[in-house]
Design a protein around this ligand. Sequence first.
Ligand SMILES: CC(=O)N[C@H]1[C@@H](OP(=O)(O)OP(=O)(O)OC[C@H]2O[C@@H](n3ccc(=O)[nH]c3=O)[C@H](O)[C@@H]2O)O[C@H](CO)[C@@H](O)[C@@H]1O
Ligand SMILES: C=C(OP(=O)(O)O)C(=O)O
Length: 429
Amino acid sequence: MDRIRIVGGNRLNGTIPISGAKNAALPLMIAALLTEETLILDNVPRLADVAQLQRILGNHGVDIMSAGKRPGDDEYQGQTLHISAANVIDTTAPYELVSTMRASFWVIAPLLARMHEARVSLPGGCAIGTRPVDLLILALEKLGARIAIDGGYVIASAPGGLRGADVEFPKETVSGTHVALMAATLAKGTTVITNAACEPEIADVADCLNKMGARISGAGTPRIVIEGVGRLGGARHTVLPDRIETGTYAMAVAMTGGEVLLRGARPELLQAALDVLTEAGAEITPNNEGIRVARNGAGINPVTVSTAPFPGFPTDLQAQLMALMTRARGTSHITETIFENRFMHVQELARFGARIHLDGETATIEGIETLRGAPVMATDLRASVSLVIAGLAGEGETMVNRVYHLDRGFEQLEKKLSACGASIERIRA
Ligand SMILES: CC(=O)N[C@H]1[C@@H](OP(=O)(O)OP(=O)(O)OC[C@H]2O[C@@H](n3ccc(=O)[nH]c3=O)[C@H](O)[C@@H]2O)O[C@H](CO)[C@@H](O)[C@@H]1O
Ligand SMILES: C=C(OP(=O)(O)O)C(=O)O
């Protein structure tokens, strides 16, 4: 497996283009199953998860054409996918394909809504907690689906089609909201989702569904109303910029010092994280090209932060913030409220000399002046990139093993960072 080698100590200076959001691109690709017409998606990031979802959709009989680059496109330009689910030939999503990626389970919603049946393996994904799918099943049952679990598969059917209903989530769930939203677009009658997740990726998917002919209002708020329609058609939609990639590079700059323009980033997608970075001592300046992040001279201030659903501080930036705080001038506290076991990076950050104490869902980080490079490995995507951030500041060499996880969510990470002066390279297996 490939590895990433970093020699720490360089400041970051330059421009980093921000890619399309993984967590919007995946449900948008899945939404193509709702129509026999072609859905065209622009700004789709080139990621392992996108490639894996292409395989999964291919197994259902979906045709995906990826348009090549045009003259004038730069090397970071996202791809354009033409996705056509004219003929769904198989409503089963098998274990071998679904087990590596959480979001692939969500195909259950469009398959049920359009084909009235689905057989989908229980999902895998990042090892950050138990991650049940009970709330997704609850939502589909509310919409009239019959569901059984057999041999590790969720078997769902709705012989006469789904029916609109009130779906009230007992806790906010991004996956539950995506599934309920997609399923309700083709249900008979009106669906009202309450306590819906408000993440920007949900609003982006709803925007695209509306372009396809759906009738959705309120996406991005806790109450979404969907009036079911008989069919959806084709559309063209651009994936919104990745707020987690944006926050990750902003933290990398705050860690190393320097000044970087995060091109194409949108501040309103991650205001809570930008506020924390300002408190930590970074200068954040949104402009019409993106967000400029700088830290010149000043040290890193400690912070106290709890993760929370949008618009709070995202759990997907928790590990990166923790890496940054290992070098703060004082003691920080970070509480993880979304996933019960999202601290796999703690023991790996300790290899750099970081001082972190875990007590239940709160980590106490005692900042130190100097991290030292080390061989490290992580078992999930955001934990892996937190090790890259630590490596960029660590004295000497860091080797990040198992980069498979990084490739799931960060497009051309080593190229983007080395273009800004980092000493970072991929060592191919
Ligand atoms: C592909 C994608 O978009 N992944 C994101 C999505 O994950 P994901 O959609 O899995 O996250 P959810 O919002 O659904 O999960 C939030 C919490 O609800 C729990 N839960 C969820 C569903 C369920 O049926 N039962 C249940 O108990 C989960 O275990 C977790 O503790 O949102 C998370 C929270 O912002 C992010 O960290 C992930 O990057
Ligand atoms: C946890 C993540 O992904 P997934 O939900 O696919 O595991 C993530 O994007 O940080």
